[in-house]
Design a protein around this ligand. Structure first.
Ligand code: HEM
Length: 585
């Protein structure tokens, strides 16, 4: 690993290393063991779609234990992402209706509102000719969207400071990261205290909303309740409905129990799930959006084609918002836009899946037919490697070709090879929502802005107060990953202590309780390189900021602006959109 680490840029994400390791050490198989003892549990690195199917679909293995620890810090114990068995099943079925196709369509107008704020902010920045971090803007946008989906609340993360959002964002930043070179960072008293404070703030904020809803629903008449059920399927309402159904069950069994306050354990679990959704649904999507802008810049023909599709389906820019509000289903007609998002997710998948090996569970290696034991290993399905494997995708593997995902070509896609949301029962519950969000955002931005990374302009952001700005290591040493200046990076990591060492571990968990853990720590994030910045200009002219910069054109009204001179320029930093890697070692 040391050799590999010397070849890659600072905090490059290990999910990018699979193909490099294979090539460097002449590994034929697409499924191989890696032993990190005593640093972490040994891994079974999976780069083969057929093997991935065995682990997540044919025999959906339990989640990797270490994932629990990180999720506890973000959401509290009992989250839907890291739990298994009947408990997970209960919560998945409670939440499923919130992601039904019809309901998601009803969310489109709200998503449009949030996107308009995003566009407004871009314009303001353009007017000030400002360089800024896209990571922050895109993440605030997705937080606003998820706030509506989860809490049916306007969090206003894009326009001001919100206690929940700020606590949440700091919490994510406080996740431990081995690659920062400080193995003790997670035990520093200040960090422990901040995590505790943030955790309390999140619980208090969501708890208050939940209690208010609970009180209101208690006062509502049966008709009102019925109407609410029809109208709302925000995560918080689904949790309340499930609770009320449970209470009704008790009443039907003649239990004289009308709870004046919600059962404490149910309340705790509901808060945990809401926190989980905010976490799982925000930076995965924002990283996808930032990478889509990046790819559209690098592929002008694609950009032109996506714009044409928007012209055709959504009409002139000035009418797009109204048309989409009137008929949200138009978003489903954007086939090429959808293909662009899918191709972005192929090259830049934000997440992966880490599962626990089991004594009787053997993997069949497709080429050799060998049976590989999984006991004692973390079976890590790595879409980043599967999606970039030339044996699977052929000679065009490295090219950005959305056409692969056009309906007429989908039957020729390699089988089970596209898995950014993973497959099987533990696939991403929010995948349709994420795809809708991304399409709406592209529909409202592609014809109005062009984004240009300006790798050299990042110095201007040195004092922007972000967690990365002041760290010079981003700008030293190797500055590309396989030629990519926008490399995914590890923000914090998930690794278990080998079982031999586990008994020695005694950690203070992030809810402030002393507890013994199987896992040491953990959360994986992907960021795009800190030096990826963008520029935005008004007018159709393209002006390069530097050799590595790319420039975007604001095309709010292309006909009008063609006549205008190139006057204002906005630089957009699309650097480091954080992307959660759920279950990444
Ligand atoms: C582009 C955006 C997204 C990507 C790439 C993505 C990817 C994934 C992946 C790979 C998993 C499986 C993780 C594992 O096996 O450990 C997952 C699970 C999950 N995702 Fe997403 N996700 C995205 C957006 C969302 C959104 C918008 C939400 C919520 C609104 C969400 C909520 C969840 C939840 C709750 C799970 C756990 C599901 C379960 O175990 O039943 N995700 N996601």
């Amino acid at each position: 690993m040391g050799e590999i680490m010397n070849e890659v840029p600072y905090r490059a994400h290990p999910h990018c290393f699979g193909l490099r390791i294979k090539e460097k050490y002449g590994i034929e198989e697409d499924c191989f063991y890696m032993d990190f003892w005593p640093l972490s549990d040994p891994l079974l690195y999976i780069l083969d779609p057929q093997v991935a199917q065995q682990v997540t679909v044919e025999n959906s293995q339990p989640k990797f234990e270490g994932l629990k620890y990180i999720m506890h810090g973000i959401a509290g114990p009992g989250d839907m992402v890291s739990s298994d068995g009947p408990y997970w099943k209960k919560w998945r079925s409670i939440m499923n209706p919130g992601f039904a196709a019809g309901h998601l369509m009803s969310l489109v107008p709200g998503i449009i509102d949030d996107c308009l704020v995003f566009c407004d902010n871009l314009r303001k920045r353009a007017e000030k000719n400002e360089v800024f971090r896209m990571e922050d803007d895109a993440t605030r946008l997705t937080v606003d969207i998820i706030g509506k989906v989860a809490l049916d609340l306007k969090l206003n993360a894009q326009t001001g400071k919100n206690e929940l959002v700020e606590a949440f964002r700091e919490q994510v930043q406080l996740l431990p990261n081995d690659q920062q070179g400080d193995p003790f960072s997670q035990w520093k008293p200040y960090g422990i205290w901040r995590r505790w404070v943030n955790s309390r703030k999140m619980v208090d904020y969501i708890g208050k909303v939940l209690d208010e809803r609970f009180a209101r629903s208690g006062e509502a008449s049966a008709t009102e309740k019925g109407a609410r059920k029809q109208r709302k399927r925000a995560i918080i309402d689904l949790a309340l409905d499930a609770y009320q159904a449970q209470q009704m069950g008790l009443e039907e069994r003649a239990v004289q129990h009308k709870a004046p306050v919600m059962d404490a354990e149910f309340r705790r679990q509901a808060i945990v799930q809401i926190r989980t959704f905010i976490f799982a649904g925000h930076d995965t999507t924002s990283s996808t959006i930032a990478y889509a802008f990046y790819e559209l810049h690098r592929n002008p023909v694609t950009l032109e084609r996506i714009r044409k599709e928007h012209d055709k389906i959504l009409g002139p820019v000035s009418q797009t918002t109204k048309r989409l509000r009137d008929d949200p289903h138009l978003i489903n007609k954007l086939e090429y836009t959808n293909a662009v998002v899918k191709e972005t997710l192929r090259l830049w998948p934000a997440a992966s899946s880490a599962r626990t090996g089991a004594p009787g569970f053997m993997i069949r290696e497709p080429k050799t037919g060998m049976m590989l034991p999984t006991e004692g290993y973390v079976a890590w399905v790595v879409p980043y490697g599967i999606h970039r494997h030339s044996k699977i995708w052929g000679e065009t593997v490295a090219s950005f070709i959305p056409d692969r995902f056009m309906p007429e070509n989908e039957s020729s896609l390699p089988e089970n090879a596209w898995r950014p949301f993973e497959k099987g029962p533990r696939n991403c519950i929010g995948q349709e929502l994420a795809m809708i969000e991304a399409r709406v955002i592209l529909a409202l931005t592609c014809r109005s802005f062009e984004f240009t990374p300006a790798f050299d302009a990042v110095e201007e952001l040195k004092n922007d107060g972000s967690a990365y700005a002041g760290d010079d290591r981003w700008r030293k040493g190797v500055m590309d990953l396989d030629g990519e200046e926008a490399w995914p990076v590890l923000v914090s990591n998930l690794h278990t202590v080998p079982s031999e060492v586990q008994e020695l571990m005694f950690l203070l968990d992030w809810n402030g309780k002393a507890s013994r853990r199987n896992a040491l720590s953990c959360q994986s994030k992907v960021y795009v390189d800190s030096d990826l910045t963008g520029a935005l200009t008004s007018g159709d002219h393209v002006k390069s900021l530097s050799t590595s910069a790319f420039v975007a054109t604001v095309v709010r009204d292309r006909r009008r602006e063609r006549k205008e001179s190139l006057s204002k320029r906005l630089q957009l930093d699309i650097c480091r959109p954080p992307t959660c890697i759920l279950g990444n070692p």
